[in-house]
Design a protein around this ligand. Structure first.
Ligand code: HEC
Length: 398
């Protein structure tokens, strides 16, 4: 019996990360919706008690009537629910998964010697510097005069993250660079909860319990960070699923593709934020959809390996088999020889010609049109071989 500990740990961490991420973002979407959808209280008594908004909702067979107090209720309730552990566990599970995959197996997932021939230690150090450096830059920007102007702040922070993405894409593999952009933004979002939102809320509650008036700056600062988190959600989720799409991370100008898609997500988030307030404006989702189409056209215009004329129609199935055996089979085999692999990744093995034919479109996507495979170019596949493999696979499909 062989237990692949790394694979099981990977599964458990990913599972936890998705669950806690859903719980966190789900609650945060719910509260944004709630806050935007409130109506003035119907009952005079509520008004006198300090309620500024309420709403009625039905869910799962029950009726709910949440109320919002402008400052706080006259008496602190016995049980006050806090929302923070979802965020903390999303970060802890995500960071652990990052360490397990991208730092522990840095040569496969993170380092691309054609960009920078780093040692795993150097790569890890650079990666961590971006993640934690991102928070320092963001927090300073928030506290500077720029922080008080939401629109200006949004533009400057977007440009700063895009610059970070540009440098990351020049240092790491496309996939490794993208996950670091996501980790940087995710860390900012969780740090907002951990360092600002929750501590400020605790101070407000402590002041109220002590019978003092809480400093209004505390609430304003928490609100600012919470608005930022709201707009960062869609780009972060995009990055988290991007590693399934070499058409995003493995094209020239991948940093621009990422930045443009993130920008296209802004009007979509904006549409929902306005819609909750009863202001439905379809120009926003149309702008978002157009943005995505433009990015798709741009990214597709820049993919693909140059076709080498001498190969056209001249690559035999045997040559295809030899290239795949030499460049892919160390991992993609029922009996992999690459260290750390106990089975074919994703169950995809290229041991026989029928297997190669079956996976031909995926091979073309991963290793011909894009350079996502071989992972970390561990087997040093050349550009010529990619072109040759592409021609050979095309001939096979006929
Ligand atoms: C160093 C090991 C290694 C080598 C060499 C390698 N791969 Fe992979 N391959 C992987 C791993 C690991 C995965 C799973 C990636 C993931 O977790 O997203 C994978 C996934 C794939 C997938 C599935 C992608 C998906 O998620 O849809 C395809 C197709 C693929 N490889 C093709 C190839 C081809 C073609 C070659 C040779 C040109 C190759 N690989 C060489 C390790 C390797």
């Amino acid at each position: 019996m062989i237990i692949d500990y790394a694979a099981w740990l990977n599964l458990v961490l990913r599972w936890l990360h998705v669950i806690t991420g859903i719980a966190w973002i789900g609650a945060s979407f719910y509260f944004v919706w709630l806050d935007n959808s409130l109506e003035p209280p119907a009952d005079k008594k509520d008004k006198e008690a300090g309620v500024t908004g309420e709403l009625w909702a039905v869910h799962g067979g029950g009726f709910y009537n949440p109320k919002k107090y402008a400052v706080a209720p006259a008496h602190m309730p016995k049980h006050l629910h806090w929302f923070m552990w979802e965020a903390y566990f999303t970060w802890v599970s995500g960071f652990s998964l990052l360490c397990l995959m991208y730092y522990h197996s840095a040569s496969l997932y993170l380092i691309d010697p054609s960009k920078m021939a780093l040692t795993p230690f150097q790569a890890t150090f650079i990666g961590l510097s971006f993640i934690f450096g991102g928070w320092v830059v963001y927090d300073e920007l928030c506290r500077s005069p720029i922080g008080s102007n939401n629109r200006l702040f949004g533009i400057i922070w977007f440009l700063a993250v895009t610059a970070g993405a540009y440098f990351l894409c020049r240092i790491f593999s496309g996939r490794g660079a993208f996950i670091h952009v996501g980790a940087m933004l995710g860390t900012v979002m969780v740090a907002n909860v951990f360092r600002v939102i929750i501590p400020n809320q605790k101070k407000v509650v402590a002041a109220l319990v002590a019978g003092e008036t809480p400093d209004p700056c505390l609430g304003a600062e928490a609100k600012q960070r919470s608005v930022h988190n709201n707009y960062m959600t869609l780009p972060v989720l995009l990055v988290m699923i991007s590693n399934h799409y070499p058409m995003l991370y493995s094209v020239p100008h991948n940093w621009l593709v990422l930045a443009a898609l993130a920008a296209a997500a802004w009007p979509i988030r904006q549409f929902f934020n306005l819609k909750h307030k009863g202001n439905v404006d379809y120009r926003y989702p149309v702008a978002g959809a157009l943005g995505i189409i433009i990015v798709a056209l741009f990214a597709s215009a820049h993919n693909g390996n140059p076709v080498i004329a001498a190969h056209i129609g001249k690559v035999t199935p045997e040559e295809v088999r030899l290239i795949v055996r030499e460049r892919c089979s160390a991992c993609h085999s029922d009996m992999p020889t690459e260290a750390g692999f106990t089975a074919a990744p994703k169950g995809i093995a290229f041991d026989t010609m029928p297997e190669i034919e079956k996976y031909a479109p995926m091979i073309t996507d991963q290793a011909v049109d894009h350079t996502a495979m071989p992972l970390g170019n561990a087997t040093h596949m050349t550009k010529e071989e990619r072109a040759e493999l592409g021609e050979g696979l095309k001939a096979l499909a006929k």
